[in-house]
Design a protein around this ligand. Structure first.
Ligand SMILES: Nc1nc2c(ncn2[C@@H]2O[C@H](COP(=O)(O)OP(=O)(O)O)[C@@H](O)[C@H]2O)c(=O)[nH]1
Ligand SMILES: [Mg+2]
Length: 700
């Protein structure tokens, strides 16, 4: 591969809902451009960008993969991103390297939950984009219905610039509305079209769509508008330049047609990326901060000091840590020493490479705007900026959402436990949306992720890559405890052991705070019934007990404690004695104050074809869900509901079976709410049983 300059590079994120065909389309691009000798297939596990064993086995993209190709004297870098909700955080993290996005829409399902999500991600990075209606060869697919679905969600600035020839099995070609040329794709043509005549039955449809397109290009551009009113149309040059400007300004989102697996329209999509997407230097500058926090701008140019941003880290069993980076400014030459501005250390970039799926190809230099990789950096992690010593700059990294669910994992043997820490450390470096920690009370290892499958992938990687065997236990819903009533109690700790005794005594009132109020401590002691220096000890005793929980070991929240009286002893009082008194008072207070459990409630959005709505709503009601509303999105219904997290743990697989795989959903934390008592009793009993079991194990 020759070295390209930023002006001849396009960095394109391939985004969309899971299963819309992103990985297959990247395979079609690579085959069409001659980078692979046959068409990679997701079902055979032979695509370039789903190379990880977990991805091949599950037939699902788990992490963003890179590929590149040469087309019309330009280099196109492709970021094949995950589309399933539990892996979507990786998409958010890696889109920082993109300068434009192809948003795929399944031609059967239309816009789905994650289509909207990745649209929002693209907005966050200000990415010009185009929509690709894929799978147009499939039964029950429809370009026109997909168009309706797209425009009902993204508005009329999403506008077709192509029209399909033939439907379903008969989908065989594409009309380019900009040039009014048609192309058909013979079997075995590797996605390269042959010019053909526009079929008679499509002439009127195509003309109408073209008129609409030209009107949309003229709209929002004063000089083109004038010309359009004068002449009733625009010249081919004005159409091309007008569309290019409108795409760059995110005023228009062109819609194109494709079948990734039968390779219809593939070459036209690549033409579009080169002709209409901005180059890697077109955005001009990138925002960063100086080490002391001042906002600065850096020009995206070879002539500027070197700066590279690490947007992804992969843990390769053989190569070790592989860092993926974008060169924002300057030219990175092989074997350069760079300063890591975040860590203050120096790193050698030996064997800088371009990634084609899992294989790295060495390259002598990488220019501003391009994407590369390097193995074996010492201290650098995702989100770090490196570059010339003299011109430090820090690029911002996105904050990924916190995990929504945690599972306990138990090493199967002593040896597994010993190796667990370092293996997980590497996996966590790859995926910043995971959390690993130890429950301070139960001493269990907890692994937090976006969903059950997310955590299962980690367990499977532990086994496959690092030969660490662990068992996944039931998911942990992060319950809390609180009080509904008030209490007025005394906590008195008195012990006489030999000479020196212990004495602490406090009187407190407890009362509920509104949700989210957490904890308040009010010191209402007058006249020194408890000396000042012991008051923090009382508070500490209460806080520590509240952390340990009262009903079932979950932290107690949303309450106020008023310390109003007490007594002390000149000799026997101590901080420890007052801490114990505080903790005793807290426990007594909890008994009086009507303790209850709180559970996390999620905002849930379910997308599915209309015919399933009745069944899905019934099911959500059965899960104690509250339906908040319904909307039509093209050929789908969106059901919005609030549902307790504990009822949603197995929803992904239930939804799939209820809708034959046509439904999708997303969920995020909304608020905490009181657990109904009959359910609360079961949670308390289960927590007690679990704790009893653990104490036994520890005693063995
Ligand atoms: N018929 C048909 N199937 C497709 C097309 N694109 C992808 N698929 C299939 O849809 C499934 C999901 O494709 P994949 O590329 O993994 O989708 P991704 O999740 O968006 O990356 C696979 O079984 C593909 O073979 C297409 O254009 N036509
Ligand atoms: Mg994929």
């Amino acid at each position: 591969m020759k070295v390209y300059q930023g002006k001849d590079i396009r960095n394109v994120g391939i985004v969309g809902h899971g299963d819309s065909g992103k990985t297959s389309l990247v395979a079609a691009f690579l085959y069409c451009a001659g980078l692979t000798s046959r068409l990679g297939s997701v079902s055979d596990g032979t695509t370039t960008t789903d190379f990880d064993e977990e991805e091949i086995e599950r037939k699902v993209s788990i992490a963003t993969a890179l590929a590149y190709l040469e087309w019309n004297k330009s280099k196109i870098n492709l970021l094949d991103t995950p589309g399933y909700n539990i892996f979507i955080n990786d998409t958010l993290g890696s889109l920082v390297a993109a300068d434009a996005a192809f948003v795929l829409v399944d031609g059967v399902a239309g816009v789905e939950v994650q289509t909207e999500k990745v649209w929002d991600f693209s907005n966050r990075y200000n990415l010009p984009r185009a929509l690709i209606v894929n799978k147009l060869d499939r039964e029950r697919s429809s370009f026109e219905r997909s168009l309706e679905s797209i425009q009902s969600v993204f508005g009329r600035s999403a506008v077709p610039i192509q029209w399909p020839i033939g439907e379903e099995k008969g989908f065989q070609g594409v009309i380019d509305l900009l040039t009014m040329k048609a192309y058909t794709y013979a079997a075995g043509a590797n996605g390269k079209g042959k010019e053909a005549a526009i079929p008679d039955n499509l002439k009127v449809v195509a003309e109408t769509a073209r008129d609409k397109l030209i009107e949309m290009i003229a709209e929002g551009n004063d000089s083109l508008m004038e010309e359009f009113f004068d002449k009733g149309t625009l010249t081919p040059e004005q159409i091309t330049q007008g569309l290019r400007d409108a795409v760059a300004a995110q005023r228009l989102y062109p819609i194109l047609c494709s079948s990734a697996t039968t390779q219809v329209g593939t070459d036209l999509l690549l033409n579009f990326a080169v002709d209409f997407f901005p180059s890697a230097v077109a955005r001009g500058t990138v925002q960063g901060k100086t080490p002391d926090g001042k906002e600065i701008e850096r020009k995206i140019a070879d002539t500027e000091p070197l700066s590279v941003f690490v947007f992804k880290t992969a843990a390769d069993v053989f190569a070790g840590r592989v860092s993926y980076f974008k060169v924002f400014s300057g030219v990175l030459v092989n074997d350069a020493n760079l300063v890591n501005y975040n860590k203050g250390t120096s790193e050698r970039f030996a064997h800088i490479s371009l990634m084609q799926g899992k294989s790295a190809t060495a390259i002598p230099e990488i220019h501003a705007g391009d994407i590369g990789s390097v193995a074996k950096l010492k201290d650098t992690v995702t989100g770090d900026t490196l570059g010339d010593k003299a011109a430090p700059i820090l690029y911002p990294s996105v904050k990924l959402p916190e995990p929504s669910i945690s599972f306990a994992i138990a090493p199967n043997s002593r040896g597994d436990e010993d190796r667990l820490g370092s293996a997980l450390h590497r996996i966590l470096e790859e995926d910043l949306s995971l959390r690993f920690y130890r429950d301070p009370q139960t001493k269990e290892f907890l692994l937090g992720g976006s969903g059950q499958q997310h955590v299962e992938v980690v367990v499977s990687k532990l086994k496959r890559r690092y030969n660490v065997d662990v068992t996944l236990k039931a998911p942990k819903v992060p319950y809390r405890e609180t009080i509904l009533g008030k209490a007025d109690v005394q906590g008195r700790h008195k012990k006489q052991t030999g000479g020196h005794g212990q004495y602490g005594d406090c009187k407190i009132k407890m009362e509920p705070l509104p949700r989210g109020g957490n904890f308040e401590f009010v010191n209402d002691i007058f006249g020194g019934s408890i000396p000042k220096n012991y008051i923090p000890a009382v508070e500490k005793g209460i806080v520590e007990s509240a952390q340990r929980g009262f009903l079932a070991g979950f932290p107690v929240v949303d309450f106020r404690v008023i310390l109003y009286d007490g007594s002390y002893h000149d000799v026997d009082s101590s901080e420890m004695a007052f801490k114990i008194a505080g903790s005793l008072a807290f426990k007594k207070g909890m008994e009086q104050a009507k303790p209850v459990l709180l559970e996390p409630v999620m905002n849930v959005e379910v997308y599915a074809p209309d015919q399933y709505s009745g069944d899905l709503i019934g099911d959500l009601n059965g899960r104690r869900g509250r339906i908040q509303g319904m909307e039509t999105r093209g050929n789908s219904q969106v059901i919005k509901a609030q549902v307790p997290m504990s009822e949603m743990l197995s929803y992904a697989s239930d939804l799939t079976s209820r809708t034959q795989g046509r439904g999708s959903f997303s969920m995020e934390f909304s608020h905490y709410d009181i657990v109904p008592s009959h359910i609360g009793e079961k949670v308390v009993a289960a927590a007690k049983a679990a704790r009893a079991g653990e104490t036994l194990e520890e005693e063995e």
